[in-house]
Design a protein around this ligand. Structure first.
Ligand SMILES: [Zn+2]
Length: 547
């Protein structure tokens, strides 16, 4: 083992994440000469589709990549979840992930840099450097390990590149591209600086904004509409490819290269407001009286405002002497709208049998309000299976959107007893697979066309492995196989909770690497972010359209 570690320490490893990456977009770009470095890797490496987690979103998928474990193990199904202390809901953060993580283990073969990998906030001590990715509250926060890197890196981040103006009309969508291009330039500046710091053995970087871009420009990328944006989109992917080329230079000829996405992408047909659907089918009750007689547009606007205002800004209002009854009423209204959204406070839990609290893309999650498990549970365990059957029948009868399947938790996840599970109880698949669901309430229509976005996540993403010992070819893998394979390839023992398969069919000679039963899974002592951090993260997620 000592020898292996010694020899591998001189060989660099690049893990290049493309958030939302799909061959449907990338392969044509390589054929047209837009992404020559990626094309070169596809010629000499093995590549194919990568099956992601369910739910299909960045929080769940990156948590699984980092921790090597499926969602039922790390319990991150989305950016939001119930607090364990019963005090409402909070955003998921890196302390929820079992350790050691992939990022901890990478340090076994020398200094490792992780750069903008989602779900790494707050950063923690590793052998090397960590620059947190989504959802980092803002660039003023402690987003690096070591902490003293943050002020300097902050000077490299272009102002206005972080927040997104996602509610833009079609003819204003160029603004999003301005922001994404500025964010990419910021990432490149940080990368150059960090690579110059000291000898690194591993670099794990995620280009997160491909996900964002595809949400807004799927129609263009798939050749259907708004083709006037195509030259600029190709230029964007060309910049990503040049960045990949720079990283390949750093990796060197003999290095290991892993490219992966957290999930894929496809068109979106519409948004299904599942809580409204559950309400109209008698599974969910709203609190009375409802003060939310607003149009959908206003509701979204109010929610947006509520987070923009936040506690800090409210204090500023008061310090400026602005106040009085009307402001109070206005803020109360905003607060109610906000609580009905993210924190689900608009639900009458005593009369609610099922609800959703997560965004769904392709696979749509629903929870039974099970007593003893849910914070406001009202369904007795004796009734659980009957409620679930009734809900499934009702879902299968739905025609807008048309439902293909309603899977029970045990069909998808490794769970036995619903009282102990944290997974959704039912996961809904629609016929087209092109439906997004959310947890907002009091919308005018239960199912409506997506207004600002025309793309959404798909479970099938991408992977590529390239290195001296790898024969060119095609293959398939599961997302959990990637962290296991990376460690085995680097000669680092797998922690026992890394449940993926080592892809030994692609890399001769690595199948003998054993799991290390001594590297036991440690629950890190989960904590919630401070109120200010929480407000910052919510604001960030809202700007990305997650609320
Ligand atoms: Zn993603």
């Amino acid at each position: 083992m000592t020898n292996i570690r010694h020899s591998t320490a001189e060989r660099r490893t690049l893990i290049f994440g493309i958030d939302g990456g799909t061959w449907e977009v990338l392969e044509p770009l390589t054929r047209r000469g837009v992404m020559p470095h990626l094309a070169g890797l596809m010629q000499k490496g093995v590549w194919g589709k990568l099956t992601s987690t369910i739910p299909v979103n960045s929080a769940a998928a990156w948590s699984s990549i980092i921790s090597g474990a499926p969602p039922e193990k790390h319990s991150v199904y989305d950016f939001f979840r119930w607090r364990q202390d019963g005090a409402g809901r909070s955003t998921a953060n890196a302390s929820f992930l079992p350790r050691p993580t992939l990022l901890d283990q990478l340090g076994e073969s020398g200094q490792a840099l992780s750069l903008r990998v989602p779900m790494t906030y707050p950063p923690w001590p590793v052998k090397g450097y960590m620059v947190s990715g989504l959802p980092t509250p803002d660039d003023e926060s402690a987003f690096t390990y070591p902490a003293d890197l943050a002020p300097y890196l902050n000077t490299m981040i272009e102002k206005g590149s972080a927040g997104r103006s996602w509610q833009l009309d079609d003819d204003q969508r160029g603004i999003i591209l301005d922001q994404l291009e500025a964010a990419q330039r910021s990432l490149e500046r940080m990368t150059e600086y960090l690579l110059s710091l000291r000898t690194l053995a591993t670099c794990f970087v995620v280009v997160r904004d491909v996900d964002e871009l595809q949400h807004f420009f799927w129609d263009t990328l798939s050749g259907h509409d708004h083709l006037e944006y195509l030259p600029r989109l190709e230029a964007y992917f060309s910049v990503i490819d040049q960045y990949l080329g720079r990283m390949l230079d750093w990796t060197g000829m003999g290095g290991r290269v892993v490219i992966m996405s957290d999930h894929g992408f496809g068109p979106v047909e519409g948004i299904w407001h599942l809580n409204d659907w559950l309400h109209s089918n008698g599974f969910l009750k709203y609190r009375e009286p409802s003060n939310l007689n607003t149009s959908k547009g206003e509701l979204t606007f109010r929610r947006r405002l509520s987070f923009a205002i936040g506690r800090r800004v409210l204090r500023e209002f008061k310090s400026l002497g602005i106040g009085g009854k009307s402001l109070e009423n206005w803020l109360t209204q905003i607060k109610l709208s906000a609580e009905s959204g993210v924190d689900l406070n608009g639900i009458d839990w005593s009369a609610t049998r099922a609800y959703t609290g997560n965004v769904g893309e392709e696979y749509l999650p629903i929870y039974i309000n099970l007593a003893g498990r849910e914070p406001h549970g009202s369904v007795a365990y004796e009734d659980y299976y009957q409620v679930r059957d009734e809900l499934r029948r009702c879902l299968l009868d739905t025609h807008q959107p048309e439902v293909k399947a309603a899977h029970f938790a045990e069909d998808i996840f490794d769970v036995v007893d619903p009282r102990a599970q944290t997974t959704p109880d039912i996961v809904v698949e629609t016929v087209t697979g092109a439906v997004q669901s959310d947890f907002s309430m009091h919308n005018l229509e239960v199912f409506e066309k997506s207004r600002y976005r025309n793309g959404c996540h798909r479970r099938e993403g991408i992977f590529l492995l390239s290195g001296a010992e790898i024969e060119p070819g095609r293959g398939r893998a599961n997302i959990l196989d990637i962290p296991a394979t990376i460690l085995a390839w680097m000669g680092i023992p797998l922690p026992e909770h890394f449940s993926g398969r080592v892809l030994s069919e692609f890399i001769p000679g690595i199948s003998s690497i054993q799991r290390n039963a001594e590297t036991t899974c440690v629950e890190t002592g989960q904590f919630n972010l401070s109120e200010d951090e929480e407000a910052g993260v919510r604001k960030k997620l809202e700007s990305l359209g997650y609320l």
